[in-house]
Design a protein around this ligand. Sequence first.
Ligand SMILES: NC(=O)c1ccc[n+]([C@@H]2O[C@H](COP(=O)([O-])OP(=O)(O)OC[C@H]3O[C@@H](n4cnc5c(N)ncnc54)[C@H](O)[C@@H]3O)[C@@H](O)[C@H]2O)c1
Length: 335
Amino acid sequence: MSKRNITVIPGDGIGPDIVEATLKVLDKAGCDFNYEFADAGLMALEKHGELLPQKTLNLIEKNRVTLKGPLTTPIGEGFTSINVTLRKKFNLYANVRPVLSLKGTQARYDNVDIITIRENTEGMYSGAGQRVSNDGETAEAMSIITREGAERICTFAYELARKEGRKKVTAVHKANIMKSTSGLFLKVAREVGERYPDIQSDEMIVDATCMKLVMDPSQFDVIVTTNLFGDILSDLCAGLVGGLGMAPGANIGKDAAIFEAVHGSAPDIAGQNLANPTALLLGAVQMLEYLGMADKASRIRDAVRDTIAAGEHVTRDLGGEAGTTEFTDAILARL
Ligand SMILES: NC(=O)c1ccc[n+]([C@@H]2O[C@H](COP(=O)([O-])OP(=O)(O)OC[C@H]3O[C@@H](n4cnc5c(N)ncnc54)[C@H](O)[C@@H]3O)[C@@H](O)[C@H]2O)c1
């Protein structure tokens, strides 16, 4: 049987280091993939004169599954976020961001196990209708929620909850104030919830959700929400389990999926062998689960978990003194 092709984007800053670490771990676990490398981000701008070359888009489309390092979007006019562009271009409507407490991290809690499902293409975050008046005094942007988009993401959340044996889905909204957009989302979430009597449906206003997440995260299971709220809540959740170095994210559409770390390119520690590769490793675990390789996924997750719990060879953000390579070697040894 021929090997499965995976598109790999090393990315910017710490990207190449954590991607290299992740590929070593995938290989050691016996995944037997054929990697096709593609450029995007600042690195692509320097090499090819554009942030997202057509060749990269073609590879993402061809292989359908992509593992991506973080990308730097240059600040300034004329540069739209590459991540937002990718999500739109491939209609990657579901952003799946799990967080799980691991022993050995310096997190505030040890009982967090939450999956945030963020709608990835609509709403306030999508960049629609952004305009600043000529005199610079007024700025506007548009938020559009469609029944189709809301139904698709809520169904995705309930299906995932069912598949993973989860008990509860909480729809997070601000329908009391944003009556049209958040109102439609909540209405559809309730309708979808009724189709899943085996799963408990809950709903919560976004500000109260933030407070409750910080007070007692154990009351949450699966969260489904709109784009901007999901962006913010998932970072809050990452903070509950020890920070951005621990949080992976999958962007899933009908015809393509991109797996990544939630964090950015961390220019402050780039090229110093200091990056914690855990978030991307857990992104690769999500990729394996997506590909139906659950046994290899749990082997890698366990090796990461045990290495962090042992605490001897962990990176600085986890309270250790190891570099990216030493930490990775410890995981490889466990595999
Ligand atoms: N998915 C993506 O590609 C993505 C996501 C967010 C930001 N970005 C881009 O990344 C660049 C830098 O953004 P930023 O500085 O605001 O956020 P960042 O996530 O890159 O860094 C925030 C802080 O967390 C630390 N950090 C992040 N990842 C770490 C890791 N794996 N191990 C140890 N420490 C880690 C950094 O050193 C920094 O102090 C920007 O250009 C931004 O556009 C990309």
